[in-house]
Design a binder for this molecule. Structure first.
Ligand SMILES: N=[N+]=NCCCCNC(=O)[C@@H]1[C@H]2[C@H](O)[C@@H](O)[C@H](O)[C@@H](CO)[C@@H]12
Length: 448
Protein backbone atom coordinates (compact mmCIF):
# COMPACT_ATOMS: atom_id res chain seq x y z
CA UNK A 1 0.00 0.00 0.00
CA UNK A 2 1.60 3.25 -1.02
CA UNK A 3 1.21 6.51 0.93
CA UNK A 4 -0.98 8.50 -1.48
CA UNK A 5 -1.47 12.30 -1.58
CA UNK A 6 -4.68 14.04 -2.70
CA UNK A 7 -5.17 14.57 -6.42
CA UNK A 8 -3.73 17.96 -7.36
CA UNK A 9 -1.25 18.06 -4.46
CA UNK A 10 1.58 20.31 -5.70
CA UNK A 11 5.15 18.99 -5.53
CA UNK A 12 7.92 21.57 -5.91
CA UNK A 13 11.44 22.64 -5.09
CA UNK A 14 12.74 25.87 -3.53
CA UNK A 15 15.78 28.16 -3.67
CA UNK A 16 16.64 31.79 -2.86
CA UNK A 17 18.42 34.52 -4.82
CA UNK A 18 21.49 35.25 -2.70
CA UNK A 19 22.07 31.54 -2.10
CA UNK A 20 22.26 30.45 -5.75
CA UNK A 21 22.54 33.36 -8.23
CA UNK A 22 26.10 34.69 -7.90
CA UNK A 23 26.87 37.44 -10.49
CA UNK A 24 26.64 39.96 -7.65
CA UNK A 25 28.32 42.68 -9.76
CA UNK A 26 26.52 41.89 -13.01
CA UNK A 27 23.35 42.98 -14.70
CA UNK A 28 23.15 46.29 -12.89
CA UNK A 29 22.62 44.65 -9.49
CA UNK A 30 23.15 46.85 -6.45
CA UNK A 31 24.84 45.78 -3.20
CA UNK A 32 22.80 43.83 -0.65
CA UNK A 33 23.34 43.52 3.10
CA UNK A 34 24.47 39.93 2.50
CA UNK A 35 27.23 41.12 0.13
CA UNK A 36 28.39 43.45 2.86
CA UNK A 37 27.98 40.92 5.72
CA UNK A 38 29.62 37.98 3.90
CA UNK A 39 32.69 40.06 3.06
CA UNK A 40 33.33 40.91 6.70
CA UNK A 41 35.97 38.49 7.95
CA UNK A 42 34.72 35.98 10.52
CA UNK A 43 31.05 36.19 9.60
CA UNK A 44 30.94 33.20 7.25
CA UNK A 45 32.57 29.79 7.67
CA UNK A 46 35.66 29.32 5.45
CA UNK A 47 35.37 32.97 4.39
CA UNK A 48 32.73 31.93 1.82
CA UNK A 49 30.54 34.53 0.08
CA UNK A 50 27.64 34.49 -2.39
CA UNK A 51 29.75 36.20 -5.07
CA UNK A 52 29.54 33.16 -7.36
CA UNK A 53 27.39 30.64 -5.43
CA UNK A 54 25.86 28.22 -8.01
CA UNK A 55 26.19 30.85 -10.78
CA UNK A 56 22.48 30.32 -11.42
CA UNK A 57 22.42 33.79 -13.00
CA UNK A 58 24.29 32.31 -16.00
CA UNK A 59 23.17 28.67 -15.68
CA UNK A 60 19.43 29.13 -15.08
CA UNK A 61 18.42 27.49 -18.36
CA UNK A 62 20.30 24.28 -17.43
CA UNK A 63 18.73 24.38 -13.97
CA UNK A 64 15.23 24.79 -15.37
CA UNK A 65 15.89 21.84 -17.69
CA UNK A 66 16.87 19.76 -14.63
CA UNK A 67 13.64 20.83 -12.87
CA UNK A 68 11.68 19.76 -15.93
CA UNK A 69 13.42 16.36 -15.83
CA UNK A 70 12.53 16.14 -12.13
CA UNK A 71 8.89 16.64 -13.10
CA UNK A 72 7.90 19.15 -10.40
CA UNK A 73 4.76 21.24 -10.92
CA UNK A 74 6.07 24.31 -9.17
CA UNK A 75 9.31 26.13 -8.30
CA UNK A 76 9.76 28.60 -5.45
CA UNK A 77 12.54 31.16 -5.87
CA UNK A 78 13.17 34.71 -4.65
CA UNK A 79 13.74 37.93 -6.53
CA UNK A 80 16.80 39.90 -5.44
CA UNK A 81 15.45 43.35 -4.52
CA UNK A 82 18.80 45.03 -5.40
CA UNK A 83 18.59 43.55 -8.92
CA UNK A 84 15.30 45.44 -9.45
CA UNK A 85 16.13 48.57 -7.42
CA UNK A 86 19.96 48.77 -7.03
CA UNK A 87 19.46 51.61 -4.53
CA UNK A 88 16.39 50.09 -2.92
CA UNK A 89 14.15 52.80 -4.37
CA UNK A 90 14.26 55.14 -7.38
CA UNK A 91 15.12 53.92 -10.85
CA UNK A 92 14.25 50.39 -11.93
CA UNK A 93 17.18 48.35 -13.26
CA UNK A 94 15.87 47.01 -16.59
CA UNK A 95 18.64 44.38 -16.84
CA UNK A 96 17.47 42.96 -13.54
CA UNK A 97 13.87 42.87 -14.73
CA UNK A 98 14.99 41.13 -17.92
CA UNK A 99 16.86 38.41 -16.00
CA UNK A 100 13.74 37.44 -14.08
CA UNK A 101 11.53 37.65 -17.18
CA UNK A 102 13.95 35.28 -18.92
CA UNK A 103 13.78 32.90 -15.95
CA UNK A 104 9.98 33.11 -15.75
CA UNK A 105 9.63 32.51 -19.48
CA UNK A 106 11.95 29.48 -19.29
CA UNK A 107 9.81 28.09 -16.45
CA UNK A 108 6.64 28.76 -18.42
CA UNK A 109 8.12 26.94 -21.41
CA UNK A 110 8.97 24.01 -19.16
CA UNK A 111 5.43 23.90 -17.75
CA UNK A 112 6.65 24.77 -14.24
CA UNK A 113 4.58 27.23 -12.17
CA UNK A 114 6.68 29.80 -10.27
CA UNK A 115 6.04 30.80 -6.66
CA UNK A 116 7.96 34.03 -6.18
CA UNK A 117 9.28 35.22 -2.82
CA UNK A 118 9.72 38.99 -2.78
CA UNK A 119 12.09 39.13 0.21
CA UNK A 120 14.51 36.38 1.18
CA UNK A 121 16.83 38.58 3.29
CA UNK A 122 18.99 40.31 0.63
CA UNK A 123 17.95 43.87 1.48
CA UNK A 124 19.57 46.61 -0.66
CA UNK A 125 22.51 47.96 1.33
CA UNK A 126 21.48 51.54 0.49
CA UNK A 127 18.30 50.98 2.54
CA UNK A 128 20.31 49.46 5.38
CA UNK A 129 22.42 52.63 5.34
CA UNK A 130 19.15 54.46 6.17
CA UNK A 131 18.27 52.10 9.05
CA UNK A 132 17.06 49.07 7.12
CA UNK A 133 13.95 47.45 8.60
CA UNK A 134 14.34 49.59 11.71
CA UNK A 135 13.21 52.46 9.51
CA UNK A 136 9.45 52.45 8.86
CA UNK A 137 10.13 53.95 5.41
CA UNK A 138 11.64 50.63 4.36
CA UNK A 139 8.12 49.21 4.55
CA UNK A 140 7.01 51.84 2.03
CA UNK A 141 9.99 51.02 -0.18
CA UNK A 142 9.03 47.33 0.00
CA UNK A 143 5.46 48.12 -1.11
CA UNK A 144 6.84 50.03 -4.12
CA UNK A 145 9.22 47.16 -4.93
CA UNK A 146 6.34 44.67 -4.64
CA UNK A 147 4.10 46.78 -6.91
CA UNK A 148 6.86 46.98 -9.51
CA UNK A 149 7.30 43.18 -9.40
CA UNK A 150 3.54 42.62 -9.76
CA UNK A 151 3.48 44.98 -12.76
CA UNK A 152 6.59 43.56 -14.46
CA UNK A 153 6.13 39.84 -13.75
CA UNK A 154 2.47 39.42 -12.77
CA UNK A 155 1.52 37.91 -16.14
CA UNK A 156 3.80 34.94 -15.39
CA UNK A 157 3.45 34.52 -11.60
CA UNK A 158 0.45 32.65 -10.12
CA UNK A 159 1.74 32.64 -6.52
CA UNK A 160 3.46 35.42 -4.54
CA UNK A 161 5.11 35.17 -1.14
CA UNK A 162 5.82 38.52 0.50
CA UNK A 163 8.41 37.48 3.08
CA UNK A 164 10.56 34.50 3.88
CA UNK A 165 10.82 33.74 7.62
CA UNK A 166 10.42 37.15 9.30
CA UNK A 167 11.44 35.48 12.61
CA UNK A 168 14.83 34.40 11.26
CA UNK A 169 15.58 37.70 9.52
CA UNK A 170 14.49 39.71 12.57
CA UNK A 171 15.98 37.59 15.37
CA UNK A 172 19.06 36.03 13.77
CA UNK A 173 19.87 39.28 11.97
CA UNK A 174 19.15 41.75 14.77
CA UNK A 175 19.22 39.85 18.13
CA UNK A 176 21.47 36.78 17.87
CA UNK A 177 23.63 38.59 15.32
CA UNK A 178 24.67 35.55 13.28
CA UNK A 179 23.00 36.79 10.07
CA UNK A 180 23.01 40.09 8.15
CA UNK A 181 22.97 42.87 9.19
CA UNK A 182 24.56 41.36 12.37
CA UNK A 183 22.89 43.43 15.10
CA UNK A 184 22.33 42.32 18.74
CA UNK A 185 19.46 44.37 20.16
CA UNK A 186 16.07 42.99 21.18
CA UNK A 187 14.13 46.23 20.96
CA UNK A 188 15.54 46.77 17.46
CA UNK A 189 14.55 43.18 16.64
CA UNK A 190 10.94 43.77 17.63
CA UNK A 191 10.84 47.02 15.66
CA UNK A 192 12.26 45.18 12.64
CA UNK A 193 9.76 42.35 13.00
CA UNK A 194 6.89 44.86 13.17
CA UNK A 195 8.04 46.68 10.04
CA UNK A 196 8.50 43.37 8.21
CA UNK A 197 4.90 42.44 9.02
CA UNK A 198 3.67 45.96 8.20
CA UNK A 199 5.41 45.77 4.80
CA UNK A 200 3.77 42.38 4.24
CA UNK A 201 0.33 43.92 4.78
CA UNK A 202 1.16 46.88 2.54
CA UNK A 203 2.29 44.53 -0.25
CA UNK A 204 -0.90 42.44 0.09
CA UNK A 205 -2.98 45.65 -0.09
CA UNK A 206 -1.27 46.70 -3.34
CA UNK A 207 -1.77 43.19 -4.77
CA UNK A 208 -5.53 43.47 -4.07
CA UNK A 209 -5.72 47.04 -5.45
CA UNK A 210 -4.20 45.82 -8.74
CA UNK A 211 -6.90 43.15 -8.92
CA UNK A 212 -4.40 40.43 -9.72
CA UNK A 213 -5.66 36.86 -10.27
CA UNK A 214 -2.61 35.37 -8.55
CA UNK A 215 -2.60 34.28 -4.90
CA UNK A 216 -0.50 35.86 -2.16
CA UNK A 217 0.73 34.73 1.23
CA UNK A 218 3.67 34.78 3.61
CA UNK A 219 6.22 32.12 4.59
CA UNK A 220 7.15 31.45 8.23
CA UNK A 221 10.04 29.64 9.82
CA UNK A 222 8.33 27.52 12.40
CA UNK A 223 8.90 24.71 14.86
CA UNK A 224 6.69 22.77 17.24
CA UNK A 225 7.76 23.70 20.78
CA UNK A 226 7.82 21.07 23.55
CA UNK A 227 8.56 21.47 27.29
CA UNK A 228 11.69 19.59 28.40
CA UNK A 229 9.57 17.77 31.00
CA UNK A 230 6.25 17.95 32.86
CA UNK A 231 7.22 20.70 35.36
CA UNK A 232 4.87 23.70 35.20
CA UNK A 233 7.89 26.03 34.83
CA UNK A 234 9.01 24.17 31.71
CA UNK A 235 5.49 24.26 30.30
CA UNK A 236 5.24 28.02 30.92
CA UNK A 237 8.68 28.56 29.33
CA UNK A 238 7.67 26.51 26.29
CA UNK A 239 4.49 28.61 25.99
CA UNK A 240 6.50 31.85 26.07
CA UNK A 241 9.07 30.53 23.59
CA UNK A 242 6.23 29.49 21.27
CA UNK A 243 4.94 33.05 21.66
CA UNK A 244 8.35 34.53 20.75
CA UNK A 245 9.03 32.18 17.86
CA UNK A 246 5.59 31.43 16.35
CA UNK A 247 2.69 33.52 17.66
CA UNK A 248 4.59 36.82 17.48
CA UNK A 249 4.67 36.43 13.70
CA UNK A 250 1.60 34.32 12.88
CA UNK A 251 -0.97 36.06 15.13
CA UNK A 252 -0.71 39.66 13.78
CA UNK A 253 -1.22 38.40 10.20
CA UNK A 254 -3.85 35.74 10.91
CA UNK A 255 -5.58 37.08 14.05
CA UNK A 256 -4.85 40.84 13.84
CA UNK A 257 -3.11 41.07 17.25
CA UNK A 258 0.18 40.30 19.00
CA UNK A 259 0.15 37.50 21.63
CA UNK A 260 -0.52 39.12 25.04
CA UNK A 261 1.66 36.84 27.22
CA UNK A 262 4.95 37.70 25.54
CA UNK A 263 3.88 41.25 24.52
CA UNK A 264 3.27 42.30 28.12
CA UNK A 265 6.74 41.03 29.10
CA UNK A 266 8.36 43.04 26.33
CA UNK A 267 6.37 46.14 27.36
CA UNK A 268 7.72 45.89 30.92
CA UNK A 269 11.16 46.62 29.43
CA UNK A 270 10.38 49.11 26.68
CA UNK A 271 7.35 50.71 24.98
CA UNK A 272 6.42 49.09 21.68
CA UNK A 273 5.75 52.58 20.36
CA UNK A 274 6.69 51.58 16.81
CA UNK A 275 3.23 49.94 16.63
CA UNK A 276 1.02 52.70 15.25
CA UNK A 277 -2.78 52.92 15.04
CA UNK A 278 -4.05 51.02 12.04
CA UNK A 279 -0.90 48.94 11.63
CA UNK A 280 -2.57 45.69 12.74
CA UNK A 281 -5.43 46.30 10.29
CA UNK A 282 -2.88 46.64 7.49
CA UNK A 283 -0.88 43.60 8.66
CA UNK A 284 -3.95 41.36 8.92
CA UNK A 285 -5.16 41.87 5.35
CA UNK A 286 -6.72 38.61 4.18
CA UNK A 287 -4.16 36.29 2.57
CA UNK A 288 -4.75 33.28 0.32
CA UNK A 289 -2.35 30.81 1.98
CA UNK A 290 0.31 30.47 4.62
CA UNK A 291 3.76 29.01 3.91
CA UNK A 292 5.32 26.76 6.55
CA UNK A 293 9.08 26.14 6.69
CA UNK A 294 9.71 23.21 9.04
CA UNK A 295 13.07 21.54 9.74
CA UNK A 296 13.06 20.36 13.37
CA UNK A 297 11.22 20.56 16.67
CA UNK A 298 12.29 22.71 19.64
CA UNK A 299 12.55 21.52 23.25
CA UNK A 300 12.52 24.22 25.94
CA UNK A 301 13.64 24.04 29.58
CA UNK A 302 12.88 26.76 32.15
CA UNK A 303 15.84 29.09 32.59
CA UNK A 304 15.26 32.38 34.39
CA UNK A 305 18.62 33.71 33.24
CA UNK A 306 17.08 34.09 29.77
CA UNK A 307 15.16 37.39 29.69
CA UNK A 308 11.51 37.66 28.61
CA UNK A 309 10.80 34.07 27.61
CA UNK A 310 12.80 32.44 30.49
CA UNK A 311 13.63 29.35 28.53
CA UNK A 312 16.51 27.83 26.61
CA UNK A 313 16.65 25.21 23.90
CA UNK A 314 17.79 21.81 25.14
CA UNK A 315 18.78 18.85 23.03
CA UNK A 316 17.28 15.36 23.31
CA UNK A 317 20.13 12.99 24.04
CA UNK A 318 20.97 10.38 21.39
CA UNK A 319 18.58 11.98 18.90
CA UNK A 320 19.06 11.44 15.18
CA UNK A 321 20.44 14.66 13.70
CA UNK A 322 21.15 16.22 10.30
CA UNK A 323 24.51 17.72 9.27
CA UNK A 324 23.23 21.00 10.77
CA UNK A 325 22.86 19.25 14.16
CA UNK A 326 19.07 19.62 13.88
CA UNK A 327 16.95 16.82 15.33
CA UNK A 328 15.06 14.66 12.82
CA UNK A 329 11.50 14.81 14.20
CA UNK A 330 8.76 14.33 11.59
CA UNK A 331 5.94 14.21 14.17
CA UNK A 332 6.77 17.83 14.94
CA UNK A 333 5.69 18.76 11.42
CA UNK A 334 2.32 17.06 11.83
CA UNK A 335 1.97 18.71 15.26
CA UNK A 336 2.75 22.18 13.88
CA UNK A 337 0.32 21.80 10.97
CA UNK A 338 -2.44 20.77 13.38
CA UNK A 339 -1.64 23.70 15.70
CA UNK A 340 -1.98 26.09 12.76
CA UNK A 341 -5.33 24.61 11.75
CA UNK A 342 -6.64 24.76 15.33
CA UNK A 343 -5.44 28.34 16.01
CA UNK A 344 -5.96 29.99 12.63
CA UNK A 345 -8.66 27.97 10.92
CA UNK A 346 -8.20 25.88 7.86
CA UNK A 347 -6.69 28.33 5.40
CA UNK A 348 -4.62 26.66 2.68
CA UNK A 349 -1.09 25.77 3.76
CA UNK A 350 2.01 24.98 1.73
CA UNK A 351 5.19 23.51 3.12
CA UNK A 352 7.38 26.14 1.48
CA UNK A 353 10.58 24.58 2.84
CA UNK A 354 11.60 21.27 4.32
CA UNK A 355 14.72 19.19 3.82
CA UNK A 356 18.06 18.39 5.39
CA UNK A 357 21.78 19.01 5.17
CA UNK A 358 23.95 15.94 4.73
CA UNK A 359 27.65 15.29 4.18
CA UNK A 360 27.16 14.40 0.52
CA UNK A 361 30.07 13.15 -1.59
CA UNK A 362 30.28 12.29 -5.28
CA UNK A 363 31.45 8.75 -5.95
CA UNK A 364 31.87 7.71 -9.60
CA UNK A 365 29.35 10.31 -10.72
CA UNK A 366 26.71 9.36 -8.14
CA UNK A 367 25.71 10.66 -4.71
CA UNK A 368 24.29 8.16 -2.24
CA UNK A 369 22.17 10.38 0.05
CA UNK A 370 19.99 7.68 1.57
CA UNK A 371 19.90 9.68 4.82
CA UNK A 372 18.13 12.53 2.99
CA UNK A 373 15.71 10.08 1.34
CA UNK A 374 14.88 8.67 4.76
CA UNK A 375 14.39 12.20 6.20
CA UNK A 376 12.07 13.18 3.36
CA UNK A 377 10.17 9.88 3.38
CA UNK A 378 9.33 10.25 7.08
CA UNK A 379 8.29 13.90 6.70
CA UNK A 380 6.06 13.05 3.75
CA UNK A 381 4.35 10.37 5.84
CA UNK A 382 3.80 12.95 8.60
CA UNK A 383 2.31 15.37 6.05
CA UNK A 384 0.01 12.71 4.68
CA UNK A 385 -1.22 11.89 8.21
CA UNK A 386 -1.87 15.60 8.81
CA UNK A 387 -4.02 15.70 5.67
CA UNK A 388 -5.83 12.38 6.01
CA UNK A 389 -6.18 12.08 9.78
CA UNK A 390 -6.11 15.69 11.03
CA UNK A 391 -7.91 17.29 8.09
CA UNK A 392 -5.19 19.88 7.51
CA UNK A 393 -5.69 21.84 4.28
CA UNK A 394 -2.17 21.19 3.00
CA UNK A 395 -1.97 21.96 -0.72
CA UNK A 396 1.65 21.40 -1.63
CA UNK A 397 5.30 20.95 -0.75
CA UNK A 398 8.54 22.71 -1.76
CA UNK A 399 11.67 20.70 -1.04
CA UNK A 400 14.61 22.70 0.35
CA UNK A 401 16.59 22.68 -1.71
CA UNK A 402 16.81 22.06 -5.43
CA UNK A 403 20.55 22.86 -5.49
CA UNK A 404 23.30 22.75 -2.90
CA UNK A 405 23.78 26.43 -2.12
CA UNK A 406 25.24 29.16 0.13
CA UNK A 407 23.96 28.21 3.57
CA UNK A 408 24.30 31.69 5.10
CA UNK A 409 26.79 31.79 8.01
CA UNK A 410 27.74 28.15 7.30
CA UNK A 411 28.86 28.89 3.76
CA UNK A 412 29.03 25.98 1.31
CA UNK A 413 29.87 23.18 3.75
CA UNK A 414 26.21 22.42 4.44
CA UNK A 415 24.61 20.71 1.45
CA UNK A 416 20.76 20.77 1.31
CA UNK A 417 20.30 20.06 -2.40
CA UNK A 418 18.85 17.08 -4.22
CA UNK A 419 21.28 18.24 -6.91
CA UNK A 420 24.94 18.32 -5.89
CA UNK A 421 26.94 21.39 -6.97
CA UNK A 422 30.70 21.07 -7.51
CA UNK A 423 31.75 24.61 -6.56
CA UNK A 424 35.07 24.25 -8.42
CA UNK A 425 33.48 23.41 -11.78
CA UNK A 426 29.84 24.45 -11.10
CA UNK A 427 28.86 21.05 -12.50
CA UNK A 428 25.51 19.74 -11.28
CA UNK A 429 25.22 16.06 -10.21
CA UNK A 430 21.78 14.50 -9.58
CA UNK A 431 21.82 12.82 -6.15
CA UNK A 432 19.94 9.57 -5.46
CA UNK A 433 17.29 11.74 -3.74
CA UNK A 434 16.66 13.51 -7.07
CA UNK A 435 15.58 10.21 -8.63
CA UNK A 436 13.63 9.18 -5.54
CA UNK A 437 11.74 12.52 -5.45
CA UNK A 438 11.12 12.25 -9.23
CA UNK A 439 9.25 9.01 -8.49
CA UNK A 440 7.29 10.56 -5.59
CA UNK A 441 6.20 13.41 -7.87
CA UNK A 442 5.25 10.99 -10.64
CA UNK A 443 3.27 8.69 -8.31
CA UNK A 444 1.97 11.53 -6.13
CA UNK A 445 2.88 9.31 -3.19
CA UNK A 446 5.36 7.00 -1.52
CA UNK A 447 6.01 3.33 -1.92
CA UNK A 448 5.38 2.23 1.68
N1 LIG B 1 15.81 28.36 16.49
N2 LIG B 1 16.19 28.61 15.43
N3 LIG B 1 16.58 28.65 14.40
C1 LIG B 1 16.67 29.54 13.34
C2 LIG B 1 16.96 28.78 12.08
C3 LIG B 1 15.74 27.99 11.69
C4 LIG B 1 16.06 26.98 10.68
N4 LIG B 1 16.59 27.58 9.41
C5 LIG B 1 15.74 28.04 8.51
O1 LIG B 1 14.56 28.09 8.69
C6 LIG B 1 16.36 28.39 7.17
C7 LIG B 1 15.51 28.54 6.05
C8 LIG B 1 15.86 29.60 5.01
O2 LIG B 1 14.68 30.07 4.36
C9 LIG B 1 16.82 29.07 3.93
O3 LIG B 1 17.34 30.17 3.20
C10 LIG B 1 17.93 28.26 4.59
O4 LIG B 1 18.91 27.90 3.63
C11 LIG B 1 17.29 27.02 5.20
C12 LIG B 1 18.32 26.07 5.81
O5 LIG B 1 18.91 26.67 6.94
C13 LIG B 1 16.23 27.37 6.20
Amino acid sequence: MTVQFPKGFEWGVATASYQIEGAVHEGGRGESIWDRFSHIEGNIQNGDTGDIACDHYHLYKDDVALMKELGVKTYRFSISWPRIFPNGTGDVNEEGVQFYRNLLEALHEAGIEPAVTLFHWDLPQKLQDKGGWLNRETADAFATYAKTCYERFGDLVPRWITHNEPFVHAFLGHYFGEMAPGMKDLRATLQVSHHLLLSHGMAVKVHRELGLQSEIGITYSTSSVYPANKHVKDKEAAELYDGMLNKWFFDPVLLGSYPEDIKSRYEEAFPLDFIQDGDLDTISQRIDFCGINYYFRTIIAYDNTVPFWNGREVQKEHAERTAMGWEVYPDGLRQRLLECKERYGNLPLYITENGCAADDVVNEGKVDDSFRISYLDRHFKAMQEAIEQDGVNLKGYYLWSFLDNFEWAYGYDKRFGIVYVDYETLQRVKKDSFYWYQQVVKENGLPS
